[in-house]
Write a protein that binds this ligand. Structure first.
Ligand SMILES: NC(=O)c1ccc[n+]([C@@H]2O[C@H](COP(=O)([O-])OP(=O)(O)OC[C@H]3O[C@@H](n4cnc5c(N)ncnc54)[C@H](O)[C@@H]3O)[C@@H](O)[C@H]2O)c1
Length: 425
């Protein structure tokens, strides 16, 4: 990436996530942020402060907005990053692409298939890209596993699993007090509300949208008890949400079938006590990786572990399989943000946006991964009936234009971009 080239990026949604991401974004060489926006005035003001206090700030004019449409109308930008609530990402992204900007937004699921198609059609019509900021695609563990898959160490991959298993009972329940968007979703929707943290890396392992696609899914939801128990114990009987009939089941399980026969199981689990885990699992004809918790992952693999009947700790093996991006990153100094992956996903976006190049997570990936949410809601509503998953590439998945190779590529490990000579260029 040309470090000297400047790019003007606006940021919308400056709550907890937006503040952290804006801070990181401003550490990427060449990034200038002349406009920030949040509909909550203190948060818009906080955005202004983050920009002005950043080390890279050179005294340029920065404006804050309460309305993203006004921001788009008044500012001359190259790109927009969106850290707002799930149901607002797409509409802001569509408006930004229509205004001629490349766009990236935080993870979340779609409310409708129409929303996903609108992203695809707007990106195709405007020539502007739309990238889901799925940071987990750039986690060290996920990248090492991708590297291993590409080296054929798993053999043929047959089944993958993953989940978003995160005890968020306080964050969800106190949504109104903290102006945080999850609560309304859990009150009103029942499905796989947050599929992409593990579906993103799994899709890249399985070549989804490039030679493979997701065909259909089934979803089932458990009963909902966890939030009620938390509210009873922490807020008491006088709290207005005491005894509320939450729509979202505590554990939602989704199984996806792919065109080449693979299956994917996703678990959404945010309302019961448990340590954080994305429970990643990859099973192939030569080996199996299984994440028990964030700090405990296991491996068996022909020719790598002593036996395929005894687990070994993945930590003992990761260094030899590190993705070259992570070897370089570790050498250069890992930046904060979920163990370093946040900086990498933002860097991947900036690299593509600076030169209007294809991003490593494109609008087809974004649409397909997000669509799982509204489709799982439909399946749950119909007692677990199978639901077809649209092909957002419109047939092109069997013969796509070549992907762009590079350091942030998620289709292939491009070793040649990491040689000393390539780095010196
Ligand atoms: N990738 C990750 O690891 C990770 C981690 C945390 C959160 N997230 C995602 O980041 C996003 C934001 O998370 P959060 O916890 O900060 O959410 P939040 O609900 O606390 O904040 C959303 C912010 O967007 C603002 N907003 C909503 N609609 C707006 C509009 N139309 N115009 C301007 N501002 C608007 C709200 O006022 C609020 O400040 C979510 O999609 C969340 O799922 C991702």
């Amino acid at each position: 990436m040309s470090e000297t080239k400047t790019i003007r990026i606006g940021a919308v949604g400056i709550s907890g996530r937006g503040s952290g991401m804006l801070n990181l974004l401003l550490q990427i060489p060449g990034v200038v942020c002349p406009a920030v926006c949040d509909k909550v005035p203190e948060r818009a003001a906080r955005g202004l402060e983050i920009v002005k206090k950043s080390k890279s700030y050179t005294g340029y004019e920065v404006h804050s907005y309460l309305d993203y449409k006004e921001l788009l109308a008044k500012e001359k930008l190259d790109a927009l990053v969106i850290f707002t609530t799930w149901i607002t990402h797409s509409r802001i992204a569509v408006a930004a692409m229509n205004a001629g900007l490349n766009v990236a937004f935080e993870v979340g699921g779609a409310a409708s298939i129409e929303e996903c198609w609108e992203l695809v059609h707007t990106s195709e019509r405007t020539g502007k890209f739309c990238m889901l900021l799925e940071n987990c695609c750039y986690d060290r563990k996920e990248m090492a596993l991708f590297h291993m898959v590409k080296q054929g160490l798993f053999g043929e991959v047959v089944h993958c699993e993953g989940g978003y298993r995160h005890d968020l009972r306080d964050e969800i329940s106190l949504g109104r007090e903290n102006i945080h968007g999850r609560l309304y979703n859990f009150q009103n929707r029942n499905g796989e509300l947050y599929p992409t943290h593990q579906l993103g890396p799994i899709s890249k392992v399985l070549g989804i949208n490039r030679g493979n696609r997701m065909l259909s899914l089934v979803s089932m939801a458990s009963k909902s008890r966890g939030l009620n128990e938390w509210i009873k114990n922490n807020k008491g009987e006088d709290y207005d949400l005491y005894g509320y009939d939450f729509a979202e089941g505590d554990v939602v399980t989704t199984i996806i079938k792919c065109a080449h026969g693979e299956t994917i199981t996703l678990t959404h689990d945010c309302c019961l006590p448990r340590p954080y885990s994305r429970n990643y699992m990859i099973q192939g004809t030569k080996g199996c990786f299984m994440e028990i918790s964030d700090r405990n992952a296991l491996l068996v693999m022909d020719g790598v572990t002593k036996s395929t009947h005894e687990w070994e700790h993945f930590d003992e093996h990761i260094e030899k399989f590190d993705h070259p991006l992570w070897s370089k990153y570790t050498k250069d100094g890992v930046k904060a943000g979920h163990g370093g992956m946040d900086y990498l996903v933002l860097s991947a976006f900036v690299e593509a946006a600076k030169d209007n190049l294809a991003p490593p997570i494109d609008v087809y990936d974004t649409a397909a991964w997000m669509a799982v949410t509204c489709l799982s809601e439909q399946s749950v509503a119909m007692g677990g009936m199978p639901v077809p998953i649209p092909d957002f590439t419109n047939g092109m998945w069997i013969d796509r234009e070549p992907y762009r190779r590079g350091v942030y590529c998620l289709e292939e490990v491009c070793d040649d971009f990491f040689t000393d000579q390539a780095e010196g260029e």
